[in-house]
Structure formats: C-alpha cells, structure tokens
Design a binder for this molecule. Structure first.
Ligand code: AMP
Ligand code: SF4
Length: 459
C-alpha cells in the first residue's frame, strides 16, 4: 500500500451546548479546555443569540485564544466549539474551526472531527460546479454540500448529505436557533450527549468535558444518528443507516482522556486491562515498572499490578510542551522528546526497568527514552507497548504518519527492538487489545493495526 495522502487529518475535539441561561460561550470555553488534548493548533467558538451567529477563532491553545473580554463579547444560549489538531503541511488560522458560512438560507456554523474518505471527490465535484474553497478541511466541503442541499431546511439537507459522506465524522452544527449533532454510520469518532443541571443539552467528543462543566451524561450519540436541540427540546432522527459499529480503537489507546467514557467503556480501565494483559503476554524479570507519561500511565499501572513488580515514577514530563507530533521533521521531533521527558536518575539508577508506552508509531519516542534511561543509569530497559504495531495509516481523522514512516510497517518486532536499542520489546497482541477494550472486534476499527478498514479507502 502506498503512503498516506497529504490531506490534513482532522483529528479534533468538538463541543456544542444549549444553555438556557445564556452562558453558552463560557461553557464551550470550559468544554474545549477539557478537550484540549484532542487538538492544540487552534480553537474556536461560534455562538447564537437567536438573531445572529458570531464566531471567534484563532491559532493557539484554548486559554491563549480566548480572554474573558472575548467571551463576554459572545452572548447567546447556543454555541459550538472546536479544537483543531496540527495537520501535515498547511495549518493555521484558515483551517481553524468552527467554519461560519452565509448562504441563501441564512448562516450556518459547523465543526467536524474525523475525515471523509471521499472528500477529495466531493470537493472536485463541487469545484467543477463552481464552488470555491478557502481551506483544506473537510468541514468546508460539508458546509458547501449542506448549503446546496438545503431546500427544505438544514435537517433534511444533513440527512441527504449523510447518504453521500463516506468515512468518519462527529459533527456539531449551529444555526440561529438549532444545535445539531451527527455521528457517522460506523460511529468511528466518539460523540456524547449530556444535560445541564438547570436544563439544556451538551454535545461533546468526550465525556470528560461534561464533568468539567458540571453536566450529566445522558448517552452516546448512536452511529448514523442526528440529534437536534430546538426550542429547548431534544429530538433524534436517523440520518444514515447504521453500518456496523467501528469505533476507533486508538481512542482507547492514546487519543482520549483516561477519565472519559466512550460508548460505555472507561478509557483508564481499558488501558489498565491492556497493561495487565501485556504483562501476561510479555513478562520480564525486572525491578521497576515506569510509564511514558501521561498516555502510558494507566497501562503501566496495570502491567505492574499483574506482574507483581513495583510501579514508580521514573520519568517526568514537562507539561508545557505540546504533543510530540507537532514538530515537523525527525530532528526536531527527537529534540522535542528530550525537552518533554526527563528520567529521575535516583529512581532508575542500577535498576532493570520496564517502560510502558501506549503505542509506537515512528519509533522516535522509544528510541530516545531508551537512550535517556541508559544515560540515567538504568541497568536494563525493557519496552512494553500496550497496543500492537501500527502497520497502516489512519484515514479517519487520527494523525498518523505515512506508511513509509511507520516503524511497524517497515520492520518486524526484532528489528524494531534493535533499532530502538531496548533490551527487549513486547507489543500487546490484537486479541489482547480487543479483549482489554471489552467491546468485541466487530464493534471496533482496528485499521491501523490490520490494514483492514471499515470503509473502503482509495490509496
Ligand atoms: P513515535 O515516537 O512516533 O513512535 O510516537 C509514539 C508516541 O506518540 C507514543 O508515546 C504515543 O503516546 C504518541 N502517539 C501515538 N499516536 C499518536 C498520534 N496519532 N498523534 C500524536 N501522538 C501519538
Ligand atoms: Fe482509529 Fe486506527 Fe481506525 Fe484510524 S485506522 S480510526 S486510528 S483504529
């Protein structure tokens, strides 16, 4: 298979709220803050006060983009928000969401998490018919198509579009008086529904945002479902026929926050189970289990428990450095790992250390970690990974590198072990991953581990 396309991957966080008391922008701000791990490139909020839509977005982290003053200038009881993940190539303000478009029926704002595999074809067709595009994001293709199809209202237009879309989407849409959520027929990306204590509804990529704003969890939006909040009431309709659930397993491995619950499964506990299973699949005689913080922590705790080896903090993460993938180019990425992680010499010195990480993608992180731990005096370094080797790119919104850059696609485990310089290396098996998530293989997308995807991809 040839490598990933150069299209941006829209791995992001979306949020939407109807807050009868009118503080929709402030709640969205807090919600986006809780979803910050899903995207650090840009953040945006669109509000409606019932008469008009207003948008504010910019590059940067949520607290960098919004001030109290800006939020006060966004009055209204309906809002949607978005945090955008750094994409390959073109980034920046233009691709920030929500997108706000004005068309013959009024104004429409939308925010998208996922990636439509047929968006190049849809875009080409729209361009052929005279549309002009300012961005490279799928959200603009979606907005264009919605605007065209809107003859009898935005909801039938959305349902029409859902017959055409192929791939992953968790969408939140806003008009002057409607908040709408939609999830693709495979449920590839998560989308949860919550309620506000004083009345009102929330849509969010992850439930951790509900906890943050004091909202209750109502349920997950079902694959293929459209939910509409109108005049304070919630209704649901079928947008597209469900095609067999295929929730992204990488949400459980790396992407989601451990305190989130996705389709009924707590992320931290799933990672714990993965770690326990990993200890059984790849045991090793060692003195200490440490995690690659933070994404490896839940699995490392599970590994230590099942192996009967003490768990300790052996590496400290500088929390003010963005995720490793942000750096373009291999050299910069290697430097970044160093900037980000520092071993605690006094803890690891002279020890046989098991290091648990959630995934190996390019192999850069593990290579650096082995080196840093040896420099800090570790006697042995055993890498344990709580997911199988990534052998294939993602086409559904998770930012993975090209096929050529995936160390798991290019090498067998022994060769990776050698390359990263570890004393031993063990990956969780596919069955182990599926069992630890606890949803059944038929309900998950495992495409980046198997090369078999729930939706046909042209590559
Ligand atoms: P690598 O250095 O390329 O092997 O990256 C592995 C590290 O990146 C792991 O520690 C993961 O926590 C993290 N990671 C895994 N998948 C992704 C992703 N799609 N985007 C950003 N970081 C990731
Ligand atoms: Fe998730 Fe991998 Fe499927 Fe992409 S290919 S949706 S990262 S499981």
């Amino acid at each position: 298979m040839k490598g990933i396309t150069d299209r941006p991957r829209e791995a992001c966080g979306v949020f939407g709220v109807y807050a009868p008391e009118g503080e929709a922008a402030a709640l969205t701000y807090m919600g986006l803050y809780a979803l910050q791990h899903r995207g650090q490139e840009s953040a945006g909020i669109t509000v409606s006060d019932g008469k008009k839509l207003q948008l504010y977005k910019d590059e940067g982290l949520v607290p960098e983009v919004f001030s109290e003053e800006i939020l006060e200038g966004l009055p209204g009881s309906l809002a949607i928000g978005h945090v955008h993940y750094p994409t390959r190539g073109n980034t920046g303000y233009l691709n920030a969401q929500p997108l706000l478009v004005r068309y013959r029926k009024g104004s429409l704002a939308l925010a998208h998490n996922g990636s439509l595999v047929n968006s190049p074809a849809l875009r080409a067709q729209l361009e052929e018919e005279g549309s002009v595009f300012q961005t490279t994001v799928d959200a603009e293709v979606i907005a264009n198509l919605l605007a065209r199809k809107d003859r009898e209202g935005i909801i039938p237009a959305l349902v029409d579009c859902m017959q055409v879309f192929q791939g992953a989407y968790a969408l939140v849409l806003l008009t002057r008086d409607l908040l709408i959520g939609a999830r693709d027929p495979h449920g590839l990306r998560p989308l949860a529904l919550g309620t506000l204590p004083g009345g009102g509804y929330v849509l969010t990529s992850e439930t951790c945002a509900l906890d943050t704003i004091g909202a209750g969890f109502l349920r997950d939006v079902e694959p293929g479902e459209v939910v509409v909040v109108e005049a304070g009431r919630l209704r649901s309709l079928r947008g597209a026929k469900p095609l067999g659930r295929a929730l992204c397993s990488f949400e459980f491995i790396y992407f989601a926050r451990p305190d989130s619950v996705i389709d009924g499964i707590n992320v931290h506990l799933a990672r714990n189970r993965a770690g326990e299973r990993l200890a059984r699949e790849h045991p090793v005689d060692a003195d200490l289990v440490i995690a690659v913080p933070d994404s490896g922590t839940s699995a490392a705790i599970g590994y230590a428990r099942a192996a009967g080896i003490p768990f300790g903090e052996g590496m400290i993460k500088n929390r003010y450095v963005g995720r490793t993938f942000i750096s373009p180019g291999q050299k910069a990425r290697e430097k970044r790992v160093q900037l980000k992680l520092n071993p605690i010499r006094a803890v690891v010195k002279g020890k046989r250390v098991v290091v648990v990480d959630d995934s190996i993608v390019r192999g850069t992180t593990s290579h650096r970690i082995v080196k840093l731990l040896r420099q800090a005096g570790a006697r042995e370094v055993h890498i344990r990974v709580s997911s199988p080797p990534v052998i294939s790119p993602c086409y559904f919104g998770v930012s993975t590198p090209t096929y050529e850059e995936l160390v798991g696609a290019q090498n067998r485990v022994e060769a990776i072990e050698k390359r990263i310089g570890a004393d031993s290396l063990g990956f969780l098996s596919l069955e182990g991953l599926v069992e630890s998530i606890g949803m059944g293989e038929e309900s998950l997308c495992l495409g980046c581990f198997t090369g078999r995807y729930p939706v046909t991809v042209d590559n």
